[in-house]
Design a binder for this molecule. Sequence first.
Ligand SMILES: NC(=O)c1ccc[n+]([C@@H]2O[C@H](COP(=O)([O-])OP(=O)(O)OC[C@H]3O[C@@H](n4cnc5c(N)ncnc54)[C@H](OP(=O)(O)O)[C@@H]3O)[C@@H](O)[C@H]2O)c1
Length: 82
Amino acid sequence: MTQRVLVAGATGGVGQLAVARLLAQDYPVRVLTRSAQKAEQMFAGRVELAVGDTRDSSTLSTALQEVAFVICCTGTTAFPSN
Ligand SMILES: NC(=O)c1ccc[n+]([C@@H]2O[C@H](COP(=O)([O-])OP(=O)(O)OC[C@H]3O[C@@H](n4cnc5c(N)ncnc54)[C@H](OP(=O)(O)O)[C@@H]3O)[C@@H](O)[C@H]2O)c1
């Protein structure tokens, strides 16, 4: 069984830490992101990208294929955010 991990909110402060820990332990990582451009700049080919939004379930089925674990770091800080 694949041990691939899907990280939602990977471009955020908490999510970046989660991705770094997973990659350091050699987990294959897929990130759920609303902005492929932002995630590509941030992770530079070290992760798979799945474009989606947690508020739109139709975008999640592809992202969840062949994933063993999901880590959800979405949300927002106390600062103004999208
Ligand atoms: N920072 C801390 O020290 C800390 C401590 C304890 C708990 N937390 C909690 O951890 C969570 C994340 O905090 P953070 O500081 O990492 O926040 P952040 O830097 O604002 O990051 C939020 C992340 O969530 C993503 N996101 C937001 N709405 C989304 C949606 N509808 N679909 C997909 N992705 C979405 C954002 O993606 P985009 O790039 O597309 O905007 C971004 O990657 C919050 O609930 C916060 O309260 C944070």
